[in-house]
Design a binder for this molecule. Structure first.
Ligand SMILES: Nc1ncnc2c1ncn2[C@@H]1O[C@H](COP(=O)(O)OP(=O)(O)OP(=O)(O)O)[C@@H](O)[C@H]1O
Ligand SMILES: [Mg+2]
Length: 325
């Protein structure tokens, strides 16, 4: 196998056709139905779901199905969390939509707007206007992780497609296909371990497979996977809870933020891991459970989950600290 990391496998193996997307059956079926109908009637779309489950890939595959080889001419990809904000989106969409005459082959152009849930509600209200103004010649595909962060006037004007974490079978089959194609020797245990660490995020699983294959010359073992995952395993969460029980808030916070930066998990996923670990260690007293539930809710509605997680640690350190010694 090649030991060069030049080409990322997540790009090399990004499916190009809707039929090649792993799982997400409901989404794919729904989109195929749209394509079967009068394409001019296609509504704006909203793709929601966890990271690495195929949202961007599906949006691009859909564009390919509609326009064929020339799809790039008809697609504008924007990121809503661009710091320059809604005015840039307005300008770019305006220029993109200008002078475009709809035809049979290309009845509209497509704007893919990633991370739409990172926009403030004011910006989303402005976005809704932009969508309306350009509705004759464009369709939007909005992409987000949390649908609850999208204002309801937008939700009600889009067809919503929910992406799910990839189940084990489909994900592992995909990893196996990559191993075969790259000449990587991977036992079922190794693939299981990779899937476990990925939490149903196929991007993460493929990246992990590529890293571990590269450092082992294509013969990774379970131990190799564990050592690469390192800080990104729930081990970091275990240590963080130990620190909280010792009343060491600062260490707990450092462990948590190291973990977040390495693992790329979001606030809700981190809370889930904390919840699981506390439950397994029989530390989930009623007050602790209430605090977790409260912060899980807060994180859903807050732009900076880091603040909420820090406050959560402060509370947990008070609740668990007295039990640590
Ligand atoms: N359902 C899937 N089928 C096949 N490959 C997938 C799927 N989901 C993810 N992948 C792989 O992971 C990579 C990342 O997927 P994609 O960019 O579509 O994720 P996403 O859902 O848009 O994530 P994010 O929310 O982080 O933007 C793809 O290039 C592809 O290799
Ligand atoms: Mg994406």
């Amino acid at each position: 196998m090649s030991t060069r990391l030049e080409l990322l496998w997540i790009e090399k193996y990004r499916p190009k056709k809707l039929d090649d997307i792993v799982d997400q059956e409901e989404v794919i079926q729904g989109l195929k139905n749209l394509l079967k109908g009068d394409i001019k009637e296609m509504p704006h779309l909203l793709f929601a779901g966890p990271p690495g489950t195929g949202k961007t890939t599906t949006a691009l595959a859909l564009a390919r199905e509609i326009y064929g080889g020339q799809w790039r001419d008809y697609v504008l990809e924007l990121n809503a969390s661009d710091e320059r904000g809604i005015n840039v989106i307005r300008e770019r969409v305006k220029i993109f939509a200008q002078y475009f005459t709809p035809s049979e082959k290309a009845p509209f152009k497509i704007v893919i707007l990633d991370e739409a849930d990172m926009m403030t509600s004011e910006a989303q209200t402005a976005l809704r206007r932009i969508m309306e103004i350009n509705a004759r010649v464009t369709r939007f595909i909005l992409i987000c992780n949390y649908i609850t962060r999208i204002i309801s006037p937008i939700q009600s004007r889009t067809a919503i497609f929910r992406f799910k974490r990839l189940p084990k079978e489909g994900a592992i089959q995909y990893l196996k296909m990559i191993c075969d194609s790259e000449g990587v020797e991977c036992s079922p245990d190794v693939l299981d371990k990779i899937y476990e660490a990925s939490l149903g995020d196929l991007r993460k699983a493929i990246n992990l497979l590529q890293s571990v294959s590269t450092v082992t010359g294509g013969k990774p073992t379970v131990k190799d996977v564990e050592s690469i995952v390192g800080k990104a395993t729930p081990e970091a969460i275990v240590k963080m809870i130990d620190a909280l029980r010792m009343g060491d808030f600062n260490s707990a916070r450092n462990l948590l933020f190291d973990f977040i930066s390495v693992s790329n998990l979001d606030g809700q996923e981190v809370i889930k891991l904390i919840f699981n670990e506390l439950m397994m260690r029989n530390l989930l007293q009623p007050e602790v459970a209430e605090v977790l539930a409260e912060y899980e809710y807060r994180i859903l509605t807050s732009a900076y989950y880091e603040i909420q997680l820090t406050a959560l640690l402060a509370k947990l350190s008070r609740l668990l600290g007295s039990r640590g010694q």
